[in-house]
Design a protein around this ligand. Structure first.
Ligand SMILES: Cc1cc2nc3c(=O)[nH]c(=O)nc-3n(C[C@H](O)[C@H](O)[C@H](O)COP(=O)(O)OP(=O)(O)OC[C@H]3O[C@@H](n4cnc5c(N)ncnc54)[C@H](O)[C@@H]3O)c2cc1C
Length: 365
């Protein structure tokens, strides 16, 4: 196996193309967009790496994979020439009085299911010590020291530079509607089109997400703040140079038209209630995009002959990417019959379209 096509230069496409190129394969990357990637979910994202924050609504193996990936990011980032913002200084969960029951429930859930990652319940004074500028209206908080975040747009750009520097062929503005056609001219095709593959992958859908990019020089928060909310998982995430991401909504729709007034009101009121200084912030961007999601909201790698589909990363793309990439490389090694890699039942697991949970269980046994 020598010539590989990677279709889609979003998060998984860029990571896969670089890793395959570094394995010595001749990689060609195709995307319908330009290199800035404004049509991707990856560029729209908030870059939160918060496995515990996801644990209420995700299966436990997602949380485990999230922690494993968190520990893999720093080593991967060192292989890039450009600096990418990454930190693991924890996240703070707060709730307004009317939602405080949700926060207590969340804490009980963590104590029951994730005692190995202990959080810390904070009273008002402790909360003020940790985040002095947080609104004084919060009487209690929960500090989760293991949570992290990444500069997703910096990563996106850094991957672009790295792919260019290492000489990977990249065909921009080159939509691929039928990946099977590429199978005729490439030894292996990796489909990373995200929501763009939904015409060919019937159980794939888009889940709309909206967020704001704000510039707020008057606000000084040092770690992501999660505000309990009845409908969404709302985060206010500080990025370098007084930039903040406020997001994200989650709506069962594949519509990626501009943000609605309702979402704008909800997101900005949430930010203002966390810190009044957001009133003077400037709106740099409002973003709406769809997250590629299977029915169970779990990611999958599907293998059929010389086609591998990597999709369904839902709201966990950055959270899980290093682990998914690692599995993908193992699949490619087995397909290529790489020396020292035993075939076992590994590939069969994927060809049967099993989820990662089943795969991990299958490989362990
Ligand atoms: C608002 C929002 C907030 C998010 N926040 C987070 C977060 O905080 N943490 C986290 O872990 N995840 C987050 N996510 C999820 C994360 O962004 C996705 O899981 C991830 O980007 C999916 O990666 P992907 O490579 O599968 O798809 P994408 O990143 O969407 O890339 C798909 C690529 O395929 C290209 N393409 C599509 N169709 C075609 C075609 N026919 N031919 C050629 N190219 C094509 C597109 O142009 C695009 O470049 C968020 C997503 C959204 C929308």
């Amino acid at each position: 196996m020598k010539n590989v096509a990677v279709v889609g230069a979003g998060l998984m496409g860029r990571l896969s193309a670089l890793s395959l190129h570094r394995k010595g394969l001749n990689v060609t990357l195709f995307d319908k967009d330009d290199k800035k990637g404004e049509l991707s979910a990856a560029r729209a994202a908030g870059g939160l790496l918060t496995p515990l924050g996801e644990s209420l609504t995700s299966e436990s193996w997602i949380v485990e994979m999230g922690f494993a990936s968190l520990s893999m990011w720093p080593e991967f980032l060192q292989t890039l020439d450009d600096w990418v913002f990454f930190e693991q200084t924890g996240a703070v969960v707060v709730a307004h009085t009317q939602d405080s029951g949700d926060m207590h429930r969340f804490n009980r859930h963590l104590l029951t299911h994730w005692p190995q990652y202990p959080g810390q319940v904070l009273n008002r004074e402790q909360l003020q010590q940790l985040e002095p500028q947080l609104s004084r209206s919060f009487q209690q908080g929960l500090y989760l020291p293991q949570e992290g975040q990444i500069g997703n747009r910096q990563l996106f750009k850094a991957l672009q530079h790295q792919l260019e520097k290492e000489g990977v062929q990249w065909h921009c503005q080159h939509p691929v509607d039928d990946v099977h056609q590429l199978q005729q001219s490439f030894d292996l095709v990796i489909d990373c089109r995200g929501v763009g593959a939904s015409k060919q992958i019937k159980d794939l859908r888009g889940v709309r997400g909206e967020l704001f990019q704000l510039l707020a020089p008057e606000v000084k928060l040092s770690r992501p703040i999660r505000l309990m909310h009845p409908r969404y998982q709302l985060y206010i995430a500080p990025k370098p140079n007084h930039h903040y991401v406020v997001g994200a909504t989650e709506i069962e729709s594949d519509d990626n038209s501009p943000m609605t007034v309702r979402s704008a009101l909800e997101l900005l009121s949430a930010a203002y209630s966390v810190h009044a200084g957001f009133a003077e912030a400037t709106i740099r961007e409002h973003v709406s995009q769809c997250r590629p999601s299977f029915n169970d909201n779990n990611p999958q790698i599907r293998v059929a002959d010389s086609l591998i589909q990597v999709n369904g990363l839902y709201r966990h793309g950055f959270l899980l990417a290093p682990m998914i990439l690692d599995h993908l490389m193992q699949v490619v090694d087995r397909m290529a019959g790489a020396p020292g890699v035993s075939d076992s039942n590994y590939l069969n697991h994927f060809s049967e379209g099993l989820t990662f949970a089943q795969l991990i269980a299958g490989v362990k046994s």
